[in-house]
Design a protein around this ligand. Sequence first.
Ligand code: FAD
Ligand code: SF4
Ligand code: SF4
Length: 475
Amino acid sequence: MLKFVGTPQAFPGKRAPMLRAEDFREIADRYAPPAAEDQAGRCSQCGVPYCSVHCPLHNHIPDWLRLTAEGRLREAFELSNSTSTMPEICGRICPQDRLCEGNCVIEFSGHGAVTIGSVEKFITDTAWEEGWVEPLVVGAPRGQSVGIIGAGPAGLSAAEYLRGHGYDVHVYDRYDRAGGLLTYGIPGFKLEKHVVMRRVDRLKEGGIVFHDNFEVGRDASMTELRQRHDSVLIATGVYQPRAIKAPGVGSEGVVDALDFLTASNRKGFGDAVPAFDDGSLDAAGKHVVVIGGGDTAMDCVRTAVRQGAASVKCLYRRDRANMPGSQREVANAEEEGVEFVWLSAPEAFLSGDRVTGVKASRVRLGAPDASGRRAPEVDPDGGFDVPADLVIKALGFDAEDLPHLFGAPELGVTRWGTVLVDNKTLMTSLDGVFAAGDIVRGASLVVWAIRDGRDVSAAMHKWLKAKAAGERKAA
Ligand code: FAD
Ligand code: SF4
Ligand code: SF4
Protein backbone atom coordinates (compact mmCIF):
# COMPACT_ATOMS: atom_id res chain seq x y z
CA MET A 1 0.00 0.00 0.00
CA LEU A 2 2.94 2.32 0.56
CA LYS A 3 4.91 1.21 -2.46
CA PHE A 4 4.66 4.72 -3.87
CA VAL A 5 7.12 5.87 -1.20
CA GLY A 6 9.93 3.59 -2.44
CA THR A 7 9.03 3.43 -6.14
CA PRO A 8 9.24 6.84 -7.76
CA GLN A 9 6.77 7.98 -10.40
CA ALA A 10 8.09 7.09 -13.85
CA PHE A 11 6.29 7.91 -17.09
CA PRO A 12 7.32 5.93 -20.18
CA GLY A 13 10.33 7.60 -21.81
CA LYS A 14 9.78 10.29 -24.43
CA ARG A 15 11.80 10.30 -27.62
CA ALA A 16 14.41 13.07 -27.77
CA PRO A 17 12.92 16.38 -29.03
CA MET A 18 15.25 16.56 -32.05
CA LEU A 19 14.28 13.06 -33.15
CA ARG A 20 10.54 13.32 -32.57
CA ALA A 21 10.36 16.67 -34.39
CA GLU A 22 11.29 14.80 -37.56
CA ASP A 23 8.20 12.63 -37.81
CA PHE A 24 4.55 12.34 -36.78
CA ARG A 25 4.94 9.23 -34.65
CA GLU A 26 3.80 9.34 -31.02
CA ILE A 27 6.42 10.87 -28.77
CA ALA A 28 6.03 8.53 -25.79
CA ASP A 29 7.42 5.02 -25.67
CA ARG A 30 5.32 2.30 -24.14
CA TYR A 31 6.05 0.70 -20.79
CA ALA A 32 7.89 -2.58 -20.80
CA PRO A 33 5.72 -5.01 -18.75
CA PRO A 34 7.81 -4.86 -15.53
CA ALA A 35 7.66 -1.06 -15.52
CA ALA A 36 3.87 -1.09 -16.02
CA GLU A 37 3.48 -3.56 -13.15
CA ASP A 38 5.77 -1.49 -10.91
CA GLN A 39 3.99 1.75 -11.67
CA ALA A 40 0.52 0.20 -11.28
CA GLY A 41 1.71 -1.19 -7.92
CA ARG A 42 2.21 2.37 -6.64
CA CYS A 43 -1.58 2.73 -6.27
CA SER A 44 -2.58 2.66 -2.60
CA GLN A 45 -6.05 1.25 -3.40
CA CYS A 46 -8.02 4.10 -1.87
CA GLY A 47 -11.41 3.27 -0.35
CA VAL A 48 -12.82 6.34 -2.09
CA PRO A 49 -10.76 6.59 -5.27
CA TYR A 50 -10.75 10.25 -6.28
CA CYS A 51 -9.07 9.24 -9.54
CA SER A 52 -12.27 7.40 -10.58
CA VAL A 53 -14.53 10.14 -9.27
CA HIS A 54 -12.77 12.62 -11.55
CA CYS A 55 -12.61 10.31 -14.58
CA PRO A 56 -15.65 11.21 -16.73
CA LEU A 57 -16.16 7.48 -17.42
CA HIS A 58 -15.73 6.54 -13.73
CA ASN A 59 -13.33 3.86 -14.82
CA HIS A 60 -12.54 1.16 -12.22
CA ILE A 61 -9.02 2.51 -11.96
CA PRO A 62 -7.71 0.99 -8.69
CA ASP A 63 -9.08 -2.43 -9.68
CA TRP A 64 -7.34 -2.58 -13.06
CA LEU A 65 -4.18 -1.11 -11.54
CA ARG A 66 -4.15 -3.93 -8.97
CA LEU A 67 -4.69 -6.58 -11.66
CA THR A 68 -1.85 -5.08 -13.70
CA ALA A 69 0.45 -5.02 -10.68
CA GLU A 70 -0.34 -8.73 -10.19
CA GLY A 71 0.46 -9.49 -13.84
CA ARG A 72 -3.21 -10.38 -14.56
CA LEU A 73 -3.26 -8.27 -17.71
CA ARG A 74 -6.11 -9.94 -19.53
CA GLU A 75 -8.44 -9.41 -16.59
CA ALA A 76 -7.21 -5.82 -16.30
CA PHE A 77 -8.06 -5.32 -19.97
CA GLU A 78 -11.56 -6.78 -19.61
CA LEU A 79 -12.32 -4.55 -16.64
CA SER A 80 -10.90 -1.47 -18.28
CA ASN A 81 -12.97 -2.15 -21.42
CA SER A 82 -16.17 -2.64 -19.46
CA THR A 83 -16.56 1.12 -18.97
CA SER A 84 -14.88 2.55 -22.07
CA THR A 85 -15.10 1.97 -25.81
CA MET A 86 -11.56 3.24 -26.42
CA PRO A 87 -9.35 3.09 -23.29
CA GLU A 88 -6.09 3.06 -25.26
CA ILE A 89 -7.14 6.33 -26.90
CA CYS A 90 -8.04 7.99 -23.59
CA GLY A 91 -4.77 6.72 -22.11
CA ARG A 92 -2.99 8.63 -24.87
CA ILE A 93 -4.89 11.90 -25.09
CA CYS A 94 -6.90 12.62 -21.95
CA PRO A 95 -5.52 15.62 -20.07
CA GLN A 96 -4.81 13.32 -17.14
CA ASP A 97 -3.20 16.11 -15.14
CA ARG A 98 -6.66 17.72 -14.90
CA LEU A 99 -8.67 14.49 -14.51
CA CYS A 100 -7.67 11.15 -12.98
CA GLU A 101 -3.98 11.77 -12.22
CA GLY A 102 -4.57 15.34 -11.09
CA ASN A 103 -6.84 13.95 -8.38
CA CYS A 104 -4.76 10.97 -7.28
CA VAL A 105 -4.09 11.18 -3.52
CA ILE A 106 -0.44 10.30 -4.08
CA GLU A 107 -0.09 13.46 -6.12
CA PHE A 108 -1.33 15.45 -3.13
CA SER A 109 1.08 13.63 -0.81
CA GLY A 110 3.92 14.98 -2.96
CA HIS A 111 5.06 11.62 -4.37
CA GLY A 112 3.73 12.11 -7.90
CA ALA A 113 0.44 10.58 -9.12
CA VAL A 114 0.12 7.01 -10.27
CA THR A 115 0.71 7.15 -14.06
CA ILE A 116 -2.87 6.02 -14.76
CA GLY A 117 -3.10 7.06 -18.42
CA SER A 118 0.13 5.35 -19.43
CA VAL A 119 -0.93 2.12 -17.70
CA GLU A 120 -4.37 2.31 -19.34
CA LYS A 121 -2.72 2.65 -22.75
CA PHE A 122 -0.35 -0.22 -21.99
CA ILE A 123 -3.17 -2.59 -20.98
CA THR A 124 -5.28 -2.22 -24.12
CA ASP A 125 -2.36 -1.94 -26.57
CA THR A 126 -1.14 -5.25 -25.14
CA ALA A 127 -4.64 -6.70 -25.55
CA TRP A 128 -4.72 -5.76 -29.25
CA GLU A 129 -1.33 -7.38 -29.78
CA GLU A 130 -2.28 -10.52 -27.88
CA GLY A 131 -5.59 -10.89 -29.75
CA TRP A 132 -7.69 -10.41 -26.60
CA VAL A 133 -9.83 -7.71 -28.17
CA GLU A 134 -12.93 -9.67 -29.12
CA PRO A 135 -15.19 -8.92 -32.10
CA LEU A 136 -18.26 -6.87 -31.27
CA VAL A 137 -20.94 -9.02 -29.66
CA VAL A 138 -24.19 -8.18 -31.46
CA GLY A 139 -27.48 -8.64 -29.64
CA ALA A 140 -30.49 -10.49 -31.08
CA PRO A 141 -31.92 -8.45 -34.00
CA ARG A 142 -34.65 -6.06 -32.89
CA GLY A 143 -35.91 -5.04 -36.31
CA GLN A 144 -35.33 -1.37 -35.51
CA SER A 145 -32.72 0.92 -36.99
CA VAL A 146 -30.77 3.90 -35.78
CA GLY A 147 -29.13 6.66 -37.84
CA ILE A 148 -26.12 8.36 -36.30
CA ILE A 149 -24.88 11.64 -37.78
CA GLY A 150 -21.17 11.97 -37.05
CA ALA A 151 -18.47 9.31 -36.71
CA GLY A 152 -16.47 11.02 -33.94
CA PRO A 153 -15.94 9.45 -30.52
CA ALA A 154 -19.51 10.29 -29.40
CA GLY A 155 -21.13 8.73 -32.49
CA LEU A 156 -18.80 5.71 -32.55
CA SER A 157 -19.35 4.95 -28.86
CA ALA A 158 -23.12 5.17 -29.20
CA ALA A 159 -22.93 3.00 -32.35
CA GLU A 160 -20.99 0.31 -30.50
CA TYR A 161 -23.41 0.10 -27.58
CA LEU A 162 -26.53 0.25 -29.77
CA ARG A 163 -25.24 -2.48 -32.07
CA GLY A 164 -24.58 -4.52 -28.94
CA HIS A 165 -28.31 -4.16 -28.14
CA GLY A 166 -29.20 -5.61 -31.56
CA TYR A 167 -30.17 -2.51 -33.55
CA ASP A 168 -29.27 -1.93 -37.19
CA VAL A 169 -26.86 0.95 -36.94
CA HIS A 170 -26.00 3.37 -39.76
CA VAL A 171 -23.35 6.05 -39.25
CA TYR A 172 -23.29 9.03 -41.63
CA ASP A 173 -20.23 11.26 -41.89
CA ARG A 174 -19.29 14.03 -44.26
CA TYR A 175 -15.64 13.00 -44.21
CA ASP A 176 -14.23 10.10 -46.21
CA ARG A 177 -12.93 8.38 -43.06
CA ALA A 178 -14.57 7.78 -39.70
CA GLY A 179 -13.13 8.99 -36.40
CA GLY A 180 -14.05 12.70 -36.42
CA LEU A 181 -11.38 14.78 -34.73
CA LEU A 182 -9.55 11.60 -33.68
CA THR A 183 -8.78 11.10 -37.37
CA TYR A 184 -8.52 14.58 -38.87
CA GLY A 185 -8.01 16.97 -35.92
CA ILE A 186 -5.61 15.42 -33.43
CA PRO A 187 -2.12 14.91 -34.91
CA GLY A 188 -0.36 11.56 -35.12
CA PHE A 189 2.30 12.54 -32.58
CA LYS A 190 -0.45 12.43 -29.93
CA LEU A 191 -2.53 9.63 -31.46
CA GLU A 192 -1.28 7.45 -34.30
CA LYS A 193 -4.00 6.84 -36.85
CA HIS A 194 -3.81 3.06 -36.96
CA VAL A 195 -4.98 3.14 -33.32
CA VAL A 196 -8.19 4.86 -34.43
CA MET A 197 -8.66 2.83 -37.61
CA ARG A 198 -8.47 -0.54 -35.86
CA ARG A 199 -11.37 0.60 -33.63
CA VAL A 200 -13.37 1.70 -36.71
CA ASP A 201 -12.63 -1.61 -38.48
CA ARG A 202 -13.87 -3.57 -35.50
CA LEU A 203 -17.17 -1.67 -35.63
CA LYS A 204 -17.48 -2.30 -39.39
CA GLU A 205 -16.84 -6.00 -38.83
CA GLY A 206 -19.58 -5.93 -36.18
CA GLY A 207 -22.11 -4.94 -38.87
CA ILE A 208 -22.30 -1.19 -38.29
CA VAL A 209 -22.83 0.41 -41.70
CA PHE A 210 -20.71 3.50 -42.41
CA HIS A 211 -21.88 6.00 -45.01
CA ASP A 212 -18.74 8.06 -45.71
CA ASN A 213 -18.84 11.32 -47.69
CA PHE A 214 -22.46 11.69 -46.64
CA GLU A 215 -23.32 15.14 -45.38
CA VAL A 216 -26.65 15.53 -43.67
CA GLY A 217 -28.13 18.74 -45.01
CA ARG A 218 -26.62 18.10 -48.45
CA ASP A 219 -27.21 14.40 -49.14
CA ALA A 220 -30.31 14.01 -46.97
CA SER A 221 -32.42 16.26 -44.78
CA MET A 222 -33.24 15.53 -41.16
CA THR A 223 -36.79 14.68 -42.22
CA GLU A 224 -35.51 12.04 -44.64
CA LEU A 225 -33.26 10.51 -41.98
CA ARG A 226 -36.14 10.35 -39.52
CA GLN A 227 -38.20 8.52 -42.12
CA ARG A 228 -35.36 6.07 -42.76
CA HIS A 229 -34.68 5.23 -39.10
CA ASP A 230 -36.61 4.59 -35.91
CA SER A 231 -34.35 7.01 -34.08
CA VAL A 232 -31.60 9.48 -34.98
CA LEU A 233 -28.55 10.69 -33.04
CA ILE A 234 -26.88 14.02 -33.78
CA ALA A 235 -23.16 13.74 -32.91
CA THR A 236 -21.72 16.26 -35.33
CA GLY A 237 -19.20 18.05 -33.12
CA VAL A 238 -18.49 21.79 -33.43
CA TYR A 239 -16.74 23.07 -36.53
CA GLN A 240 -17.37 26.81 -36.88
CA PRO A 241 -13.96 28.47 -36.25
CA ARG A 242 -14.09 31.52 -33.98
CA ALA A 243 -13.20 34.59 -35.99
CA ILE A 244 -10.61 37.30 -35.27
CA LYS A 245 -11.82 40.77 -36.14
CA ALA A 246 -8.62 42.54 -37.17
CA PRO A 247 -7.48 44.32 -40.33
CA GLY A 248 -5.76 42.05 -42.82
CA VAL A 249 -7.28 38.85 -41.42
CA GLY A 250 -8.35 37.84 -44.93
CA SER A 251 -4.78 38.01 -46.33
CA GLU A 252 -3.32 35.05 -48.12
CA GLY A 253 -1.27 33.02 -45.65
CA VAL A 254 -3.69 33.54 -42.72
CA VAL A 255 -5.35 30.15 -42.31
CA ASP A 256 -7.72 28.29 -39.97
CA ALA A 257 -6.27 25.74 -37.56
CA LEU A 258 -8.48 22.87 -38.60
CA ASP A 259 -7.72 23.35 -42.30
CA PHE A 260 -4.02 23.21 -41.42
CA LEU A 261 -4.32 20.14 -39.17
CA THR A 262 -6.69 18.27 -41.49
CA ALA A 263 -4.34 18.78 -44.44
CA SER A 264 -1.43 17.49 -42.37
CA ASN A 265 -3.37 14.44 -41.18
CA ARG A 266 -4.49 13.70 -44.72
CA LYS A 267 -0.87 13.78 -45.90
CA GLY A 268 -0.15 11.24 -43.15
CA PHE A 269 -2.71 8.94 -44.80
CA GLY A 270 -0.95 9.48 -48.14
CA ASP A 271 -3.80 11.53 -49.68
CA ALA A 272 -3.25 14.16 -52.37
CA VAL A 273 -4.06 17.52 -50.76
CA PRO A 274 -3.81 20.34 -53.33
CA ALA A 275 -3.72 23.13 -50.70
CA PHE A 276 -0.82 21.39 -48.99
CA ASP A 277 0.98 20.36 -52.14
CA ASP A 278 0.94 23.96 -53.49
CA GLY A 279 2.45 25.16 -50.18
CA SER A 280 -0.57 27.09 -48.83
CA LEU A 281 -1.04 24.79 -45.84
CA ASP A 282 2.55 23.58 -45.53
CA ALA A 283 4.76 25.25 -42.90
CA ALA A 284 8.05 24.00 -44.41
CA GLY A 285 10.68 26.77 -44.40
CA LYS A 286 8.21 29.38 -43.10
CA HIS A 287 8.11 31.65 -40.09
CA VAL A 288 4.91 30.52 -38.44
CA VAL A 289 2.78 32.35 -35.89
CA VAL A 290 -0.06 30.49 -34.20
CA ILE A 291 -2.69 32.53 -32.37
CA GLY A 292 -4.40 30.85 -29.42
CA GLY A 293 -3.59 28.96 -26.21
CA GLY A 294 -5.75 25.82 -26.28
CA ASP A 295 -5.12 22.22 -27.33
CA THR A 296 -5.70 23.11 -30.98
CA ALA A 297 -3.01 25.81 -30.88
CA MET A 298 -0.57 23.37 -29.24
CA ASP A 299 -1.25 20.83 -32.00
CA CYS A 300 -0.67 23.48 -34.67
CA VAL A 301 2.69 24.68 -33.30
CA ARG A 302 3.98 21.14 -32.96
CA THR A 303 2.72 20.17 -36.43
CA ALA A 304 4.50 23.22 -37.89
CA VAL A 305 7.75 22.14 -36.21
CA ARG A 306 7.45 18.68 -37.79
CA GLN A 307 6.76 20.14 -41.22
CA GLY A 308 10.11 21.92 -41.03
CA ALA A 309 9.11 25.52 -40.22
CA ALA A 310 11.96 28.04 -39.98
CA SER A 311 10.53 29.31 -36.68
CA VAL A 312 7.33 28.79 -34.69
CA LYS A 313 5.84 31.28 -32.25
CA CYS A 314 2.63 31.03 -30.27
CA LEU A 315 0.86 34.27 -29.36
CA TYR A 316 -1.55 34.01 -26.44
CA ARG A 317 -3.38 36.79 -24.62
CA ARG A 318 -3.09 35.30 -21.14
CA ASP A 319 -0.04 33.86 -19.36
CA ARG A 320 1.07 30.28 -18.92
CA ALA A 321 -0.84 29.83 -15.67
CA ASN A 322 -4.09 31.04 -17.25
CA MET A 323 -4.00 29.17 -20.54
CA PRO A 324 -6.60 26.50 -21.35
CA GLY A 325 -4.17 24.07 -23.03
CA SER A 326 -2.50 21.23 -21.11
CA GLN A 327 0.74 22.18 -19.35
CA ARG A 328 2.25 18.89 -20.51
CA GLU A 329 1.64 19.89 -24.11
CA VAL A 330 3.22 23.32 -23.57
CA ALA A 331 6.29 21.63 -22.10
CA ASN A 332 6.44 19.26 -25.10
CA ALA A 333 6.16 22.19 -27.49
CA GLU A 334 8.90 24.15 -25.71
CA GLU A 335 11.20 21.13 -25.82
CA GLU A 336 10.60 20.97 -29.57
CA GLY A 337 11.65 24.61 -30.03
CA VAL A 338 8.37 26.54 -29.99
CA GLU A 339 8.57 30.05 -28.56
CA PHE A 340 5.60 31.26 -26.50
CA VAL A 341 4.83 34.97 -26.55
CA TRP A 342 2.53 35.25 -23.53
CA LEU A 343 0.27 38.24 -22.83
CA SER A 344 0.00 39.34 -26.44
CA ALA A 345 -2.95 39.74 -28.80
CA PRO A 346 -3.16 40.36 -32.56
CA GLU A 347 -4.16 43.90 -33.57
CA ALA A 348 -3.70 43.53 -37.33
CA PHE A 349 -2.21 41.22 -39.95
CA LEU A 350 0.53 42.92 -41.99
CA SER A 351 0.52 42.02 -45.65
CA GLY A 352 1.62 42.83 -49.15
CA ASP A 353 0.64 40.15 -51.68
CA ARG A 354 0.37 37.83 -48.72
CA VAL A 355 0.83 38.00 -44.96
CA THR A 356 4.20 39.30 -43.75
CA GLY A 357 3.62 39.53 -40.03
CA VAL A 358 1.35 40.15 -37.07
CA LYS A 359 1.00 43.50 -35.36
CA ALA A 360 0.47 42.59 -31.72
CA SER A 361 -0.37 44.49 -28.56
CA ARG A 362 0.81 43.75 -25.04
CA VAL A 363 -1.87 42.59 -22.65
CA ARG A 364 -2.19 42.85 -18.84
CA LEU A 365 -4.29 40.51 -16.73
CA GLY A 366 -7.07 42.27 -14.83
CA ALA A 367 -9.50 41.01 -12.20
CA PRO A 368 -10.94 37.47 -12.56
CA ASP A 369 -14.02 37.28 -14.81
CA ALA A 370 -17.20 35.25 -14.22
CA SER A 371 -15.33 32.00 -15.02
CA GLY A 372 -12.65 32.82 -12.42
CA ARG A 373 -9.96 33.43 -15.05
CA ARG A 374 -8.23 36.79 -15.09
CA ALA A 375 -9.57 38.92 -17.92
CA PRO A 376 -6.99 40.26 -20.41
CA GLU A 377 -6.80 44.04 -20.90
CA VAL A 378 -4.83 45.65 -23.73
CA ASP A 379 -1.86 47.74 -22.56
CA PRO A 380 -2.13 50.91 -24.69
CA ASP A 381 1.62 51.55 -24.43
CA GLY A 382 2.88 48.15 -25.54
CA GLY A 383 2.92 47.02 -29.16
CA PHE A 384 5.28 45.04 -31.38
CA ASP A 385 5.44 43.30 -34.76
CA VAL A 386 6.16 39.62 -35.30
CA PRO A 387 7.31 38.67 -38.82
CA ALA A 388 5.45 35.71 -40.29
CA ASP A 389 4.70 34.07 -43.60
CA LEU A 390 2.10 31.67 -42.25
CA VAL A 391 -0.37 32.67 -39.53
CA ILE A 392 -2.66 30.02 -38.06
CA LYS A 393 -5.82 31.08 -36.22
CA ALA A 394 -6.61 28.68 -33.39
CA LEU A 395 -9.19 30.44 -31.25
CA GLY A 396 -11.62 27.58 -30.78
CA PHE A 397 -14.84 26.45 -32.38
CA ASP A 398 -18.55 27.12 -32.14
CA ALA A 399 -21.49 25.08 -33.35
CA GLU A 400 -22.64 25.38 -36.94
CA ASP A 401 -26.23 26.49 -37.58
CA LEU A 402 -27.71 22.98 -37.54
CA PRO A 403 -31.42 23.89 -37.75
CA HIS A 404 -30.61 25.71 -40.98
CA LEU A 405 -28.11 23.14 -42.32
CA PHE A 406 -30.39 20.19 -41.58
CA GLY A 407 -33.51 21.90 -42.94
CA ALA A 408 -35.04 21.47 -39.47
CA PRO A 409 -35.97 24.90 -38.08
CA GLU A 410 -37.85 23.24 -35.22
CA LEU A 411 -34.61 21.73 -33.80
CA GLY A 412 -34.04 23.60 -30.52
CA VAL A 413 -30.61 25.14 -29.88
CA THR A 414 -29.04 27.19 -27.10
CA ARG A 415 -27.87 30.77 -27.53
CA TRP A 416 -24.43 29.35 -28.38
CA GLY A 417 -25.94 27.27 -31.18
CA THR A 418 -25.35 23.93 -29.40
CA VAL A 419 -28.22 21.47 -29.58
CA LEU A 420 -30.65 21.58 -26.65
CA VAL A 421 -31.42 18.24 -25.03
CA ASP A 422 -33.66 17.26 -22.16
CA ASN A 423 -31.29 16.48 -19.26
CA LYS A 424 -33.15 13.29 -18.33
CA THR A 425 -34.02 11.79 -21.71
CA LEU A 426 -31.12 13.31 -23.73
CA MET A 427 -33.70 13.86 -26.49
CA THR A 428 -33.80 17.04 -28.57
CA SER A 429 -36.95 19.00 -29.35
CA LEU A 430 -37.61 16.49 -32.17
CA ASP A 431 -39.30 13.26 -31.09
CA GLY A 432 -36.88 10.32 -31.34
CA VAL A 433 -33.90 12.54 -32.21
CA PHE A 434 -31.12 12.57 -29.62
CA ALA A 435 -27.81 14.46 -29.42
CA ALA A 436 -24.42 13.87 -27.79
CA GLY A 437 -20.81 15.03 -27.63
CA ASP A 438 -19.41 18.45 -28.51
CA ILE A 439 -22.58 19.49 -30.31
CA VAL A 440 -24.32 19.46 -26.93
CA ARG A 441 -21.47 20.51 -24.60
CA GLY A 442 -19.55 22.83 -26.90
CA ALA A 443 -15.88 22.06 -27.65
CA SER A 444 -14.82 19.59 -24.95
CA LEU A 445 -12.80 16.38 -24.62
CA VAL A 446 -12.74 12.94 -26.21
CA VAL A 447 -13.44 11.25 -22.88
CA TRP A 448 -16.60 13.33 -22.41
CA ALA A 449 -17.73 12.45 -25.95
CA ILE A 450 -17.29 8.76 -25.10
CA ARG A 451 -19.23 9.21 -21.87
CA ASP A 452 -22.01 11.03 -23.73
CA GLY A 453 -22.11 8.27 -26.35
CA ARG A 454 -22.51 5.71 -23.57
CA ASP A 455 -25.26 7.68 -21.82
CA VAL A 456 -27.20 8.54 -24.96
CA SER A 457 -27.15 4.94 -26.19
CA ALA A 458 -28.83 3.88 -22.92
CA ALA A 459 -31.43 6.65 -23.33
CA MET A 460 -32.08 5.69 -26.96
CA HIS A 461 -32.36 2.01 -26.06
CA LYS A 462 -35.01 2.84 -23.47
CA TRP A 463 -36.95 5.02 -25.93
CA LEU A 464 -36.72 2.47 -28.76
CA LYS A 465 -37.94 -0.37 -26.51
CA ALA A 466 -40.93 1.75 -25.49
CA LYS A 467 -41.61 2.58 -29.13
CA ALA A 468 -41.53 -1.11 -30.14
CA ALA A 469 -43.82 -2.03 -27.23
CA GLY A 470 -46.26 0.73 -28.25
CA GLU A 471 -46.28 -0.51 -31.84
CA ARG A 472 -46.89 -4.10 -30.73
CA LYS A 473 -49.80 -3.00 -28.58
CA ALA A 474 -51.32 -0.97 -31.39
CA ALA A 475 -51.00 -3.89 -33.86
P1 FAD B 1 -16.16 15.11 -33.55
O1 FAD B 1 -14.97 14.33 -33.12
O2 FAD B 1 -15.95 16.49 -34.00
O3 FAD B 1 -16.89 14.27 -34.69
C1 FAD B 1 -18.02 14.80 -35.35
C2 FAD B 1 -18.17 14.16 -36.71
O4 FAD B 1 -19.39 14.62 -37.29
C3 FAD B 1 -17.07 14.52 -37.70
O5 FAD B 1 -16.50 13.35 -38.24
C4 FAD B 1 -17.79 15.35 -38.77
O6 FAD B 1 -17.26 15.13 -40.07
C5 FAD B 1 -19.19 14.80 -38.67
N1 FAD B 1 -20.21 15.76 -39.17
C6 FAD B 1 -20.35 17.05 -38.82
N2 FAD B 1 -21.40 17.58 -39.48
C7 FAD B 1 -21.91 16.61 -40.27
C8 FAD B 1 -23.00 16.55 -41.19
N3 FAD B 1 -23.77 17.59 -41.43
N4 FAD B 1 -23.23 15.38 -41.82
C9 FAD B 1 -22.45 14.29 -41.60
N5 FAD B 1 -21.41 14.30 -40.74
C10 FAD B 1 -21.15 15.43 -40.07
N6 FAD B 1 -9.71 16.18 -26.71
C11 FAD B 1 -8.99 15.44 -25.84
O7 FAD B 1 -9.57 14.79 -24.97
N7 FAD B 1 -7.63 15.38 -25.91
C12 FAD B 1 -6.94 16.03 -26.88
O8 FAD B 1 -5.71 15.95 -26.92
C13 FAD B 1 -7.66 16.80 -27.82
N8 FAD B 1 -7.02 17.43 -28.82
C14 FAD B 1 -7.75 18.13 -29.74
C15 FAD B 1 -7.08 18.72 -30.78
C16 FAD B 1 -7.79 19.42 -31.74
C17 FAD B 1 -7.06 20.05 -32.88
C18 FAD B 1 -9.20 19.58 -31.62
C19 FAD B 1 -9.96 20.39 -32.63
C20 FAD B 1 -9.87 18.98 -30.58
C21 FAD B 1 -9.15 18.25 -29.63
N9 FAD B 1 -9.80 17.62 -28.58
C22 FAD B 1 -9.07 16.86 -27.70
C23 FAD B 1 -11.27 17.66 -28.45
C24 FAD B 1 -11.93 16.38 -29.00
O9 FAD B 1 -11.34 16.02 -30.22
C25 FAD B 1 -13.43 16.57 -29.14
O10 FAD B 1 -13.96 16.98 -27.90
C26 FAD B 1 -14.14 15.26 -29.57
O11 FAD B 1 -13.58 14.75 -30.76
C27 FAD B 1 -15.64 15.50 -29.75
O12 FAD B 1 -16.22 14.33 -30.24
P2 FAD B 1 -17.57 14.35 -31.08
O13 FAD B 1 -17.84 12.94 -31.43
O14 FAD B 1 -18.61 15.10 -30.33
O15 FAD B 1 -17.25 15.22 -32.39
FE1 SF4 C 1 -7.88 9.00 -16.83
FE2 SF4 C 1 -9.06 9.58 -19.13
FE3 SF4 C 1 -8.48 7.07 -18.56
FE4 SF4 C 1 -10.41 8.33 -17.21
S1 SF4 C 1 -10.42 7.81 -19.37
S2 SF4 C 1 -8.81 6.99 -16.37
S3 SF4 C 1 -9.60 10.42 -17.13
S4 SF4 C 1 -7.00 8.70 -18.87
FE1 SF4 D 1 -4.78 4.65 -6.59
FE2 SF4 D 1 -4.34 7.31 -6.79
FE3 SF4 D 1 -6.68 6.27 -7.46
FE4 SF4 D 1 -5.96 6.31 -4.90
S1 SF4 D 1 -6.38 8.09 -6.18
S2 SF4 D 1 -6.95 4.61 -6.00
S3 SF4 D 1 -3.76 5.96 -5.11
S4 SF4 D 1 -4.73 5.85 -8.48
